[in-house]
Design a protein around this ligand. Structure first.
Ligand code: KIV
Ligand code: ZN
Length: 515
């Protein structure tokens, strides 16, 4: 019988550490519920000591998630551990994940601590966390660049102190697959009490090797993989959940373990995370990219039609790609709408939320005759993005764009409840709209990224827009969707502005810098 591979998702923690990807409590709840539906074993919900908002968000996830373990991150300090334990207290199964760096460069330059003091602190941290829960995970940060003898000593000591999972991070994505698999094998052989714990791995993708390194570690005996939806995460990201899960599932001839994941929830989760964080998925991304199952070149298409296995090693429907069919239309009623969303794993807390989403659906169906699953998912994401409490709201937009003329935008915004109007010219209609917004709000932001993609095909498809804004070192992403791409762009810009005008004081768990 094959072993169980534990899937530990850190989209809500390491994923959230990507610039601009911070999530609200409600956004975390929506993602966590979908991860639970996907049967993710452990959901790392955040770093509670970062701010009161972060604490609330982790606590809320711990309250609503019943089937997955909910984990909180803590540095090896009293306050971090106590706050993390408090945040996961309501969970049916709660875990505290504490860490301290063990590589020479981190100990010397960041911690300014001697190795023996680091070892002592690691043991202290695990013991403190064990006062609150039996489920304690310990990570020697930057293990991938740590000295093996010291790493063995630290692991032996934290296992003795009561850690039930030891996680080996390649924090800076420096390792190569053979080397990292070898590291796991050596640790499992040399640490005398290694059989008492689950060995986990946490790989970053700086050299594009996060998935390969994680899989090499699984082959060497690791039984937990830390990963994120769409590979979201610090810098080049973390190992992507969908690639890990589908590789192990597809190549069962090569692995003596498998995860419990319901793979049909992969694409919906990818879309939800991308929609909420504003990080688009590249079209050629494995499993979840728009082209991943599109056999477009003539010769391939012919092969696929004759015999599926010619060019397909997985089935699109097994990872949750919708069967590209019209699901609802102009005449569909509220019940059909509610039922289709329930089939997609989307439920509403109140009748009022359902009514408001249904009224948006009717507006969309007036503009677009065929409504696909992707449209419904985008519509619900939009619904979540616009908060009644938003400081800036779009009241109206008129844009004139004519060949040979400079585009002109007239905008009406509600700012803190007061309507204000402005207009502006621009080099194109989107530029004019953004300038008109700035003539009202004078935010002083810098636009770092603007990207548009279509949600479904056809000229009546909704455009999905992401903007990234920066002010005073703080970065936020905004997201908007509409059949009119100028409106979608305006919504995305306003969504980002609403995030940036809300002051937050949070600290980064690894660099200790404000974010
Ligand atoms: O990359 C890393 O080392 C981490 C640890 C906190 C586990 O994210
Ligand atoms: Zn990390």
């Amino acid at each position: 019988m094959s072993d169980k591979l534990i899937i530990f998702d850190t989209t809500l923690r390491d994923g959230e550490q990507s610039p601009g990807a911070s999530m609200t409590r409600d956004e975390k709840e929506r993602i966590a519920k979908l991860l639970e539906r996907m049967r993710v074993d452990v959901i790392e919900a955040g770093f509670p000591v970062a701010s009161p908002g972060d604490f609330e968000a982790v606590k809320h996830v711990a309250e609503v998630v019943k089937d997955s373990t909910v984990c909180a991150l803590a540095r090896a300090t009293e306050k971090d551990i106590d706050v993390a334990a408090e945040a996961v207290k309501p969970a049916a199964r709660g875990r505290v994940h504490t860490f301290i760096a063990t590589s020479p460069v981190h100990m010397r330059e960041k911690l300014r601590m001697e190795p023996d003091a680091v070892l002592e602190r690691a043991v202290w941290a695990v013991k403190r966390a064990r006062q609150y829960t039996d489920d304690v995970e310990f990570s020697p940060e930057d293990a991938g660049r740590s000295e093996i003898d010291f790493l063995c000593r630290v692991l032996e000591a934290v296992i003795d102190a009561g850690a039930s999972t030891v996680n080996i991070p390649d924090t800076v994505g420096y390792n190569l697959p053979q080397q990292f698999g070898g590291l796991i094998q050596t640790l499992m052989e040399r640490v005398p009490n290694s059989d008492k714990v689950v060995f986990s791995v946490h790989c970053h993708n700086d050299l594009g090797l996060a998935v390969a390194n994680s899989l090499a570690a699984v082959t060497a005996g690791a039984r937990q993989v830390e990963c994120t939806i769409n590979g979201l995460g610090e810098r080049a990201g973390n190992a992507s959940l969908e690639e890990i899960v589908m590789t192990v599932r597809t190549r069962q001839d090569m692995f003596d373990c498998d995860s419990n994941i319901d793979t049909t929830q992969i694409v919906p989760s990818s879309r939800l995370v991308s929609g909420i964080t504003g990080f688009p998925v590249q079209p050629n991304k494995a499993i979840v990219g728009a082209n991943a199952f599109a056999h477009e070149s003539g010769i391939h298409q012919d092969g696929v039609i004759k015999h599926r296995e010619t060019y397909e090693i997985m089935r699109a429907e097994d990872v949750g790609w919708p069967a590209n069919r019209m699901v609802l239309g102009k005449h569909s009623g509220r019940n059909a709408f509610r039922q289709r969303l329930a089939e997609l794993g989307i439920e509403f807390d109140t009748e009022e939320d359902l009514n408001s989403a249904f009224s948006r659906f009717k507006d969309l169906a007036d503009k677009k005759h065929e409504i696909f699953d992707e449209d419904l998912q985008a519509l619900v994401t939009e619904e979540g993005l616009e908060q009644a409490s938003d400081y800036i709201r779009l009241v109206g937009l008129k844009v004139c764009s004519q060949s040979g003329e400079t585009p002109l935008a007239n905008i009406t915004l509600s700012v803190d409840g007061k309507e204000q109007k402005a207009d502006s010219e621009g080099s194109g209609p989107v530029d004019a709209a953004f300038r008109a917004i700035e003539n009202v709000v004078e935010s002083g932001v810098e636009l770092q990224l603007y990207s548009v993609s279509n949600i479904t095909s056809g000229t009546d498809a909704q455009g999905e827009v992401t903007v990234r804004l920066e002010r005073g070192g703080r970065i936020v992403n905004g997201h908007g969707a509409d059949t009119d791409i100028v409106i979608a762009s305006t919504k995305a810009y306003i969504n980002a502005l609403n995030k940036i005008v809300t002051p937050v004081e949070r600290c980064h768990p690894q660099t200790n810098q404000p974010i």
